[in-house]
Write a protein that binds this ligand. Structure first.
Ligand SMILES: Nc1ncnc2c1ncn2[C@@H]1O[C@H](COP(=O)(O)OP(=O)(O)O)[C@@H](O)[C@H]1O
Ligand SMILES: [Mg+2]
Length: 255
């Protein structure tokens, strides 16, 4: 259970202000969607939440369960249960995929003591857990023998990000365009995996352009329109359909 609160957040990169006063609050177990045009600052927000060093918070606050996390590094934030699925995942040669997942799972479990997490005693038990999750997102078992994201296709990289979320079971997941470049079957598999994780009181924030993936989610509590570095409008799931129909301009220029 976790509450994330972003208060009047201003963020610059290379001296240019990109986030211009973001306000957002997610409650325990909620599913949120952030929708907005290209270049509006959605990825900037996700990088900032996970302490990317190039993004400078010039004012505002990010609170997790009421405590500021601005002073924490990326790995400290991850150990508090924050997870980011990248829009453009990086290939990490030399880092074995299953080793990466097991090491991450174990250090997260240690950090989140008190949360009711499964303990895997043997490598074999953990492999079984991984394989169950692989099949959920539609990746074959032989991916486990590969290096992290190396040589994965665009779609496989996206599934891999969602697999990491499903395996690690973070308290709050931010998924940056998990649906981009995926065919409709893959979008449905990814949405199903997201729904399973969110069913366990875990909060999920899905950043996306299109309402398509949102229709496959078991639930969607809040939809936010993100434009020009801030949340301009929030609503319920019906707002996603309206954005699909009408685009974004009407939000910025209401008649
Ligand atoms: N290094 C940089 N210097 C200046 N502006 C940047 C830099 N990187 C990204 N931007 C700008 O920040 C804005 C937001 O980008 P981004 O967060 O990726 O948007 P989105 O994810 O919504 O498409 C864009 O206008 C982009 O050109
Ligand atoms: Mg982006």
């Amino acid at each position: 259970m976790a509450v994330l609160e972003i208060r009047d957040l201003h963020v610059s990169r290379d001296g240019k202000e990109i986030l211009k006063g973001v306000n957002l609050r997610t409650g325990p177990g909620e599913v949120h969607a952030i929708m907005g045009p290209n270049g509006s600052g959605k990825s900037t927000l996700s990088y900032t939440l996970l302490a990317h060093p190039k993004y400078e918070v010039t004012s505002g606050e990010i609170l997790l369960d009421g405590e500021s996390i601005l002073g924490l590094s990326a790995d400290q934030r991850a150990k508090k249960g924050l997870f980011l699925g990248f829009q453009y995942p990086t290939e990490v040669s030399g880092v074995g995929y299953s080793h990466f997942l097991r090491t991450s799972y174990n250090s997260l479990s240690k950090a989140l003591q008190g949360d009711d997490r499964e303990v895997f005693i043997t490598v074999r038990e953990f492999q079984k857990y991984l394989k169950d999750n692989l099949s959920k997102v539609g990746l074959r078992d032989d991916f486990l023998a590969r290096y992290l994201n190396e040589g994965f296709s665009g779609g496989e990289k996206k599934r891999s990000e969602v697999l990491q979320m499903a395996v690690l079971r973070p308290r709050i997941s931010i998924l940056d365009e998990p649906d981009s470049g995926l065919d409709v079957d893959a979008v449905q598999a990814v949405a199903k995996a997201i729904s399973e994780v969110s069913a366990e009181d875990s909060t999920v924030v899905v950043i996306t352009h299109y309402a398509r993936i949102l229709k496959f989610l078991n639930k969607l509590d809040h939809v936010h329109v993100f434009m020009d570095g801030r949340v301009l409008k929030s609503g319920d799931a019906s707002l996603a359909d309206e954005l699909d129909r009408r685009g974004y301009d009407w939000v910025a220029n209401p008649q």
